[in-house]
Design a binder for this molecule. Structure first.
Ligand code: DAK
Length: 259
């Protein structure tokens, strides 16, 4: 697939790949084609054994200012149902490898929802998060009422969704929406370094651990603990478990094979 609205790049960090949303004039508004490209690129990297961790970013001014309002403005409900472009977004949930969002500037509406679909968020000092859909006559449609509420709690989520107020990186950090704030000039480098630390871990264990954490949002504690235990046991079938524990005993660095 030829990419028009995203860039996929290797990085100087082993196992870390970078995807950039690349519609700068439109503040990376997420159009249909761009989302298809993003899903495609994520799926390709998920299947590529040289990739362990993915960083998703925009640019300094905008991670993404939301779904493309101009593209959907004249749609009817039936158009929306038929096009069903947002089903594509759901495929991002199925990516097994860890995804780090490196957010600077605006992360609004679908852009905020996209960042929340990632596993962790590294934000620049100038990042702003918001769900302003209410101001254009709709409401969040890709997780803004659910993932945001789970992340920041009912009071703040309700305020953001009902008033459209943006929150700063500082407020997002205090509320538990993001992992870390870094200076704007180096936000991407810092996110890549953060991803590089993760990429040093055993790839299979990363994937099963990610799966288990995400399962906690879908299930009871009892079922979640059961799921966790099964994934834990499953890792004892991997060469990396033998290597990791042997390396500990022999006081050396482990060499991961991802199997
Ligand atoms: N869509 C299309 N174009 C956008 C855009 C967007 N979301 N955001 C910005 N742009 C365009 C502007 O129209 C402008 O284009 P030109 O006029 O130059 O052609 C250019 O980007 C620069 O924007 P501004 O001139 O407005 O820049 P400012 O710095 O003055 O303001 C701003 C920046 C981010 C505050 C402002 O652009 C803004 O308010 N943008 C809209 C933010 C917004 O309302 N976002 C939510 C969109 S609705 C669903 C899944 C997802 C969604 C829905 C359903 N399902 C699963 C069902 C998601 C919905 C949304 O995200």
């Amino acid at each position: 697939m030829e990419y028009q609205y995203i860039l996929v790049e290797t990085t100087s960090y082993t196992g870390v790949f970078l995807i950039r949303l690349n519609r700068p004039k439109e503040l990376n508004a997420l159009n249909r084609r761009g989302m298809e490209e993003l899903v495609h690129a994520m799926q390709v990297l998920d299947a590529d054994s040289s990739c362990v961790c993915i960083v998703l970013t925009g640019n300094e001014k905008a991670f993404a200012a939301g779904a493309d309002i101009k593209e959907m403005a004249n749609n009817t409900a039936i158009d929306m149902q038929k096009i069903d472009q947002f089903t594509r977004w759901d495929m991002l949930k199925k990516i097994k490898k860890p995804i780090i969002a490196a957010v600077s500037g605006f992360a609004l509406g679908g852009g905020c929802e996209l960042a929340m679909l990632c596993d962790m968020i590294i934000a620049s000092e100038s990042a702003q998060f918001g769900q302003p859909e209410i101001k254009i006559g709709v409401m969040p449609g890709a997780g803004g009422t659910q993932r945001l509420t789970r992340a920041v709690g009912k009071a703040l989520a309700m305020e953001m969704v009902l008033t459209g107020r943006f929150i700063s990186a500082q407020e997002a950090l205090r509320a538990g929406l993001i992992n870390k704030i870094v200076p704007t000039e180096i936000y991407l480098q810092e996110a890549l370094k953060f991803a590089a630390e993760i990429a040093k871990m055993p790839p299979l264990a990363l994937q099963l651990a990610k799966e288990a954490v995400l399962r906690s949002f879908e299930t009871s504690l009892e079922e979640g603990l059961y799921f966790e235990r099964k994934n834990f046991y499953l890792l004892f079938a991997s060469e990396d478990q033998k290597e990791g524990m042997q390396a500990f005993v022999e006081k050396r660095q482990p060499q991961w094979k991802g199997q």
